[in-house]
Write a protein that binds this ligand. Structure first.
Ligand SMILES: [Zn+2]
Length: 473
């Protein structure tokens, strides 16, 4: 049996309190985080939430837990309001029409960029990643059963979940049923028995992504049902932590709970964790405001993936984080301080004795802060104190234990990315691939590789004698 040494206490949105992590199987955590909808590149706001789940996973693994981490990729069904709020549109389908491509091509294009950004931000790939469209059968059988059990009904070819049939609806978001329409727009739709009911399955012969199933022809799923179906197919009723950005609490997670718990009669998740918004320059982030930056936008301004990662994880996940280019610059100098320290530790020729006691007290505090609701800002402050105090004391007798502690810090926060010779080989190969794309006049591919390199902190320069590269300082 797996016996983890880390005993985390996390804030649970449903209980609205800190709560010790208790899982279905001892030493094992099954976690699920709502992933991106791929009609464009996820913004740094989305990445704040994905990296929160990465730090959560890394912390648990470091603490001796065996982690199964799942994340979905939404490639169908996520409708959103049109710019004038007059109707619901499918953004993947809209993008496909605009570009003259199929919705599948659109998703494939942004999926490639998504994984490349994941790499440049040093996020571990979740152990399970799956697209919604790979789970159509799971969704159909879940919907079938919800109809059979009386939680869902068919109306005009569409199938809706009846909110009134599920008594706990509103518990997560604390949106009491009578207050629901105050906080969220609810469309008036005469097909529904109740304005709050939400779609599980829709029928539309004009929709580009559609399936013939036992629910009927030309149908496609609603957005919420994909996560319920995926969790059920991967973990059954043994999900320990469900997480996501705070914007998903209502309606998405509220609807997931209703579907899953009506289906199984069991709790969907043991713990609910939500990461707060990312602000930009003290205000909201939005496409129309021109500040909905993607990682490539940041790399194009000369910053690298480590600096962006550090900026996005350095705030407490339950506090809004204010992103700015000043923050990025500050992260750059903090990382430089850390890198210089590691370098100086490496340069200690003869490490005399191993003064574990000195480093141990910093490590104990680091563990305490990470263990109590992932307090990354305080944990980072401890590391910075170690750097400062060690410099005063001298590095000779602490070098060995400090290095070992910092490698644990890196396991948890993933902020030191070492460039070794195999990286140099990879950079060389990427530059060759880019030059070949340029020869073939495939400018899109060439630009994409350039952005990928920027994400790795590599700036390239073309001249008549060839392409050279340097690390961004
Ligand atoms: Zn979800």
């Amino acid at each position: 049996m797996n016996k983890p040494w880390l005993k985390p206490i996390f804030f649970d949105t449903l209980r609205a309190d800190l709560f010790p992590l208790k899982t279905h199987e001892e030493g094992v955590v099954r976690m699920y985080h709502c992933g991106p909808t791929l009609y464009s590149c996820p913004t740094i706001g989305n990445w704040r939430s994905f990296l929160f789940s990465d730090v959560l996973r890394r912390t648990l693994e470091w603490g001796g837990w065996k982690v199964f981490q799942a994340m979905n990729i939404t490639d169908v069904g996520h409708m959103r309001e049109s710019d004038d709020s007059s109707l619901k549109i499918d953004p993947i389908q809209e993008k496909a029409k605009e570009k003259g491509l199929s919705p599948w091509d659109i998703v494939a294009r942004y999926e490639k960029q998504f994984f490349s950004d994941m790499d440049s931000l040093n996020m571990k790939k979740p152990t399970h990643m799956s697209k919604a469209t790979k789970h159509i059968d799971d969704m159909v059988s879940m919907i079938r059963e919800l109809v059979d059990k009386g939680y869902a009904y068919e109306s005009n070819g569409n199938i809706y979940f009846s909110v009134k049939s599920f008594k706990k609806y509103g518990n997560l978001s604390k949106n009491l049923i009578e207050k629901l329409d105050l906080g969220h727009r609810i469309d008036i739709n005469s097909e529904k028995r109740d304005a709050r009911d939400f779609a599980l399955w829709k029928t539309d012969p004009k929709h580009l992504m559609k399936w013939d199933t036992e629910l009927g022809c030309d149908g496609f799923p609603g957005w919420h049902i994909e996560c319920s179906a995926m969790v059920n197919s991967l973990f059954g009723d043994k999900l320990d932590i469900h997480s996501g950005g705070e914007d998903l609490v209502f309606p998405h997670h509220e609807c997931e709970i209703a579907q899953s718990e009506a289906f199984s009669g069991k709790k969907l998740a043991g713990h609910w964790m939500h990461c707060r918004f990312l602000l930009v320059d003290g205000g909201k982030m939005g496409k129309s405001l021109g500040n909905a930056y993607t990682p490539s936008d940041i790399y194009n301004r000369g910053f690298n993936g480590s600096e962006l990662r550090y900026s996005l994880i350095r705030g407490h996940y339950r506090q809004p984080l204010n992103f700015s280019f000043e923050l990025l610059k500050d992260s750059r100098s903090a990382l430089k301080r850390l890198h210089n320290f590691v370098q100086d530790l490496d340069d200690v020729k003869e490490a005399n004795s191993h003064n574990h006691d000195f480093v141990q007290k910093y490590k104990d505090s680091f563990v305490d802060f990470m263990q109590k609701d992932l307090d990354v800002p305080q944990a980072i402050a401890v590391v910075m104190d170690l750097v400062k105090d060690s410099r005063k004391k001298g590095l000779d007798d602490i070098a060995v234990s400090a290095k070992s502690f910092l490698s644990e810090v890196n396991e948890v926060l993933g902020i030191f990315v070492k460039q070794d010779s195999s990286d140099n080989q990879k950079i060389k190969e990427m530059i060759e691939e880019r030059n070949k794309a340029r020869d073939d006049k495939d400018w899109k591919k060439a630009d994409c590789i350039r952005d990928e390199l920027l994400g790795l902190g590599i700036q390239i320069k073309d001249s008549s004698s060839g392409t050279t590269w340097n690390k961004i300082k």
